[in-house]
Write a protein that binds this ligand. Structure first.
Ligand code: HEM
Length: 340
């Protein structure tokens, strides 16, 4: 088990709002667009929030209350929660030491399997989506555990051995994306699922819905790509990290904060040739995920209204920028690249 798997498996088992039955009925209420039921259940379960004082139950409660609130927003078209629900979410966010709504962790690694599974639609496509994103996040978590120590490798042998483990996990991560790409059509994802991922305004701040930009890949990005880009691209990447790190749990935010202040593996490998092959393999893995992922995102955007955003609030331009950052980092490893 890794840090996140341990913590999140514990959270998945919890039902601190006594909401198991409500969450089981959520897909039916969504099919019926029953806003009266959604409102009354959200307000009702919110009453249990004030008594929650510990981190794990607070995170489990945000998972459930967040999904109810997102469903309500999807059917009313209003991006604000009823006052009692908003107050409960703010309290839970504070106790959880996280944003005051559900995140991609809530929807995946903190989502129970089997009959207690939380979903918006209870469709086979959504269950597959949740399973694949969960497995993808688990792979990233193992990758992080090994990647964070790579910069301390003392020779090529140690660097290549560590990178081998990370490589295996990043390939698995990319494989889960390909499974989603094969099984979920853009019509299904964009038409059926995406509406349940609205941005919400909570106490005057906009919080985006669960989405890929909140996945633990952000930690790997910083470990590999920190300080690798130049000029406007570097400024864009810093902003992207600022915008999205806030959605991660504290142990991943701490890794990001620490790694942002120092050169990532690409910059280190530019100076230390024994890190080059290890780092090159991992950056290629990132590209092997990012290129087909962008295709999938573009196929979805092609059937949406002009200017539509992903659940993280971006257009596919953000994916272009990330690919450009990743390629700039890759170029630092080419023999003869200017020494940074
Ligand atoms: C049909 C499904 C999908 C669509 C339409 C889609 C679309 C997008 C979009 C538009 C973004 C930009 C940020 C935003 O606005 O949310 C994004 C980011 C991201 N998505 Fe997806 N995505 C899908 C599935 C997946 C899956 C299954 C994974 C992982 C297995 C994934 C991982 C990521 C990651 C890690 C990012 C951050 C950007 C990056 O690291 O390249 N996405 N996605």
């Amino acid at each position: 088990m890794t840090v996140t798997r341990d913590l999140d498996a514990g959270i998945a088992a919890l039902d601190p709002l006594g909401a198991d039955a409500v969450m089981r009925s959520l897909p039916q209420a969504n099919i019926a667009a029953d806003t009266a039921w959604l409102l009354s259940r959200a307000v009702h379960v919110s009453q249990h929030a004030a008594g929650i004082r510990d981190v794990a139950p607070a995170r489990a409660a945000l998972r459930d209350l967040g999904m109810l609130t997102a469903s309500l927003a999807r059917h009313t078209g209003q991006d604000i929660a009823p006052p009692a629900v908003e107050a409960a979410m703010l309290h839970l966010g504070e106790v959880a030491d996280e944003i005051p709504r559900e995140t991609v962790y809530s929807y995946s690694t903190r989502n129970p399997r089997g009959p207690r599974r939380r979903s918006f639609t209870d469709t086979p496509g959504e269950h597959r989506f949740i399973d694949e994103v969960t497995a993808a996040s688990d792979a990233l978590d193992i990758a992080i555990e090994h990647c964070r120590h790579l910069s301390a490798a003392v020779d090529k042998h140690e660097a290549d051995a560590g990178a081998g483990i990370v490589h295996h996990q990043l390939r698995a991560f990319g494989g889960h994306l390909l499974t989603v790409k094969r099984h979920l059509t853009p019509q299904y994802f964009t038409g059926r699922l995406r509406p349940y991922f609205p941005a919400l305004t909570i106490a005057g701040t906009t919080y985006y819905a669960p989405g890929g930009a909140q996945m633990p890949l952000l930690v790997i990005d910083v470990l590999l790509l920190s300080q690798a880009a130049n000029g406007e691209l570097a400024a864009w990447f810093e902003q992207y990290l600022d915008d999205n790190a806030t959605y991660l749990p504290p142990h991943h935010r701490a890794l990001i904060d620490a790694a942002r202040g120092v050169p990532g593996l690409a910059r280190l490998a530019n100076r230390h040739p024994y890190l080059r092959s290890a780092t090159g393999t991992l950056i290629d893995d990132l590209l092997r995920f990012r290129l087909p992922h962008r295709q999938l995102a573009r196929a979805n955007m092609a059937i949406r209204d002009e200017g539509s955003l992903g659940s993280g609030g971006y257009t596919t331009d953000a994916l272009d920028q990330l690919i450009a950052v990743t390629k700039q980092a890759r170029a630092l490893l080419t023999p003869g690249a200017p020494r940074e």
